[in-house]
Design a protein around this ligand. Structure first.
Ligand code: GLY
Length: 375
């Protein structure tokens, strides 16, 4: 039986990033992916780094998002140095556009608490917004978040996949059926083989629920489908990522604009594009950016987010099965949080003490205080 220091289960942005960092530190790492590396939500994402955009209240989750966003410049450089792949980091801010006074009040309140807790931002009145982004429909104004940004998700998926291949053994098409912790480590069984390691990391995105259930961990993760499309403007350009209550528009360095995303709960693992989903995106695009109504349609696709009930991830060792580390439930923020998640997992794997902020996402902090993680 092949033996490793660590087996990572899941080859998305989170799993590949974990394998890369742990492999860099000299551990022997095996990465098992049921499909192909980066083939699911990570590569499908719009790639926003919306630390301030996505968080609705102050607290550890907001701090974790800010910390991970702050890692991105260095992360992008390290990936470029390791793989030669540029993830096309764009750091020119996100505009949260207010269509009416109610939305403007809400965004001003958001700005106040975010500034009090380490975020930054400024209010752009109607004229400033119109001057900066003439393709947009008239609006009351916008909250400008200068430190949020975006990357190319397909490039990120390729880069972390390549980085993982360089520092770990990778098996694609290897679906993990069981994890069996025992006194001295863990056995991980796929359809074909059983592997042994000191520890396993569960980072299997929307597919994590089944494995967590076999370990009696009650942290529900459900696939939440997102449909997206890309258009290529014929004239003019969007300068900033634009977010509204109906859609977001993410201008990419290749000149396209990614329009996202539906959030469909209860559709299971269905990945079909639907008439309703595409209509939602195209209607939103036409309303928010009439200047893009003659943009050329390029393509549409879907991704399955790993939806957790709180919207925040659980990252840490299982209290009663410490041979298993979980990095699950990243929901809308897997791309944003992959660098910080990899750091946390690498620190756990190296038995290093964690800062208090990181411990807020540990299973003992997140799971209900019942003995249900006991086998
Ligand atoms: N973070 C954007 C989304 O999940 O749609």
């Amino acid at each position: 039986m092949n033996t490793y220091d660590t087996i990572v289960i899941g080859g998305g942005a989170v799993g590949c990033s974990c394998a890369w960092l742990m492999g860099q530190s000299g551990q022997s790492v095996l990465l098992l992916e049921r499909g192909r590396l980066g083939g699911e939500a990570s590569g499908a994402a719009a790639g926003m780094l919306g630390a301030q955009l996505e968080v609705k209240s102050p607290g550890p989750f907001f701090q974790l998002c800010l910390e991970s966003r702050g890692l991105y410049p260095q992360w992008a450089e390290a990936l470029l140095a390791e793989t030669g792949i540029d993830i096309e980091l764009v750091q020119n801010g996100i505009l949260q556009v207010a269509a009416d006074e109610r939305a403007a009040r809400h965004l001003r309140t958001q700005l106040t608490w975010q500034q009090e807790h380490g975020g930054s931002g400024e209010w752009w009145p109607q004229e400033q917004l119109a001057a900066q982004e003439p393709l947009l429909a008239p609006a009351v104004g916008a909250l400008y978040l200068p430190e949020d940004g975006n990357i190319s998700a397909p490039r990120l998926a390729r880069a972390v996949g390549e980085a993982a291949r360089r520092r770990a053994q990778v098996r694609e098409g290897a679906e993990v059926l069981r994890i069996d912790p025992d006194g001295s480590g863990v056995r991980v069984t796929t359809q074909e083989e059983t592997f042994r390691a000191q520890q396993a990391v569960i980072a299997s995105g929307a597919w994590a629920h089944a494995l967590l259930s076999t370990l009696h961990v009650r942290f529900p993760i459900r696939p939440v489908k997102g449909q997206l499309l890309a258009v290529r403007p014929r004239r003019g350009r969007l300068t900033h990522t634009v977010h509204t209550e109906s859609v977001y528009l993410v201008p990419k360095r290749d000149g396209t604009v990614v329009v996202g995303a539906t959030e469909e709960h209860g559709a299971g693992f269905d990945r079909e594009l639907t008439a309703r989903g595409l209509a939602t995106l195209l209607t939103g695009l036409a309303e928010v950016a009439p200047g893009l109504s003659d943009a050329v349609f390029e393509r549409a696709w879907t991704g399955l987010r790993p939806g957790s009930s709180t919207g925040a991830p659980m990252i840490g060792r299982l209290p009663h099965q410490p041979q298993v580390i979980v990095a699950v439930g990243h929901f809308r923020n897997g791309v944003l949080l992959s660098p910080i998640t990899a750091r946390i997992v690498a620190a756990l794997a190296a038995q290093q003490p964690l800062p208090e902020l990181w411990r807020a996402f540990a299973p003992e902090s997140v799971l209900p205080q019942e003995p249900q993680t006991r086998r």
